[in-house]
Design a protein around this ligand. Structure first.
Ligand code: PLP
Length: 381
């Protein structure tokens, strides 16, 4: 029963790291591997807020008054004032009627799909959506249809093929795809959804805090045409937990019917307070997102000039597409030997012969680090 049917070269090893000396460094604690400080080019802590003193202080202080954990579900005794405060501040920031917190983005996505689709629905989803959304489709019992990544024509064809009076249709996309660093053409997607009167769910996990006006995400200006969006505090917000945002009618429907909301311990007050402090910092430092995007474009150009592989990505997520799996692993090892931690993304996460090194550019990385990286990349044969 527990026989693992995964080929040996696809098995992954769980690794442990601890924080390094500098805000962008990690230390590898795995036996037999280098113990040097490595420059973190792979976490999703894009703004460095997980190590921000004010954010950590907020988490600590609220733990003293509200407890580290909430102790039960929101429906029993787990609801704390910090939950409503964070929900209200997000509603205002994103101009949404209802925000509802969840302990993780994985759960928020399952709840979102289950809230918008059921066994009589057709879900038409981008080929690259996150696993949590696919689990949500399974849980909802809907028929799943995929369209080619960011391909509007294919999306429209699939809608035309499955449009019928008996079935409701839900489209699922991410605004910024985490493996490609590609951005969804949301304006066109909302246009098509409106044309055929179908629902749209947008996962803003990687965009929120960085992309869109003042980091409000890529769906912010289109929110009237989006049925629901989800966001997580585990990436740019440097905390943990997540939320869904929608109109108040759907929000109330989720509160009353979602198992993923009801049957789980409420988001810890410590993580909620950390997320709230991060939100306040993002609101105050409106230029953070745009500065990070400008820096990322510079990184992309420099890397392109120094390496013979294509570099993809229109955001803080870049990928060096090496192609061959073995060669990509060699590049990861070469980087690690030279003090950089960037992860090889291989099949089945990406297609065969599209293996890549995924790089995330963080706000706290400086130009000296970039110079050093490009000279290390130049040495790779
Ligand atoms: C696109 C996307 N959505 C949702 C999630 C899940 O979020 P969380 O880490 O908060 O569970 C992730 C995390 O990897 C993600 O990349």
């Amino acid at each position: 029963m527990y026989k693992i049917k995964i080929p040996k070269n696809r098995l992954r090893k769980l690794k442990t790291f601890t924080l390094g000396q500098k805000p962008y460094e990690l230390q590898n604690l795995n036996p037999g591997e280098t113990n040097n400080n490595l420059i973190d080019l792979c976490s999703n802590d894009y703004l460095g807020l997980s190590r921000d003193k004010d954010v950590i202080k907020s988490s600590y202080e609220i733990s003293l008054s509200e407890g580290l954990g909430s102790g039960s579900s929101r429906f029993i005794t787990g609801s704390r004032p910090i939950h409503s405060l964070l929900e209200k501040e997000l509603e205002e920031w994103l101009n949404q009627e209802k925000v509802l917190l969840f302990p993780s983005g994985f759960q928020a996505n399952i709840a979102a799909v289950e809230g918008l689709a059921n066994r009589n629905s057709i879900v038409i989803a981008d080929k690259f959506i996150h696993n949590s959304l696919l689990v949500g489709v399974k849980a909802a019992g809907s028929k799943l249809v995929r369209f080619a990544h960011n391909d509007i024509k294919d999306l429209e064809n699939k809608i035309l093929k499955f449009n019928s009076a008996q079935k409701s249709i839900l489209i699922i996309v991410e605004s910024l795809y985490s493996m490609e660093g590609s951005i969804a053409p949301l304006k066109e997607i909302t246009g098509i959804c409106k044309k055929y009167n179908v629902q749209l769910l947008v996962d803003e996990a990687h965009a929120l805090g960085v992309l869109g006006p003042e980091g409000k995400g890529l769906s912010f200006d289109l929110s009237d045409d989006i049925t629901m969006l989800t966001g997580t505090f585990g990436k740019s917000f440097g905390s943990g937990g997540a939320f869904v945002a929608c109109n108040s009618k759907i929000g109330e429907y989720l509160i009353q019917t979602s198992g993923a909301f009801r049957y789980t311990t409420a988001l810890s007050p410590a993580l909620a307070a950390g997320a709230l402090k991060s939100l306040q910092k993002i609101k105050t430092n409106k230029e953070w997102g745009i500065n990070l995007l400008n820096a990322s474009q510079k990184w992309k150009q420099e890397i392109l000039q120094n390496l013979n592989y294509p570099v993809k990505g229109d955001s803080q997520i870049l990928s060096i597409v090496v192609g061959q799996e073995e060669k990509t692993i060699l590049l990861q090892k070469h980087l690690e030997k030279n003090g950089f931690l960037a992860i090889a993304i291989r099949p089945p996460t990406v297609h065969l012969n599209e293996s890549r090194i995924r790089l995330t550019v963080r706000r706290d990385l400086n130009l000296d680090i970039l110079k050093n990286l490009t000279s290390v990349l130049k040495d790779f044969k």
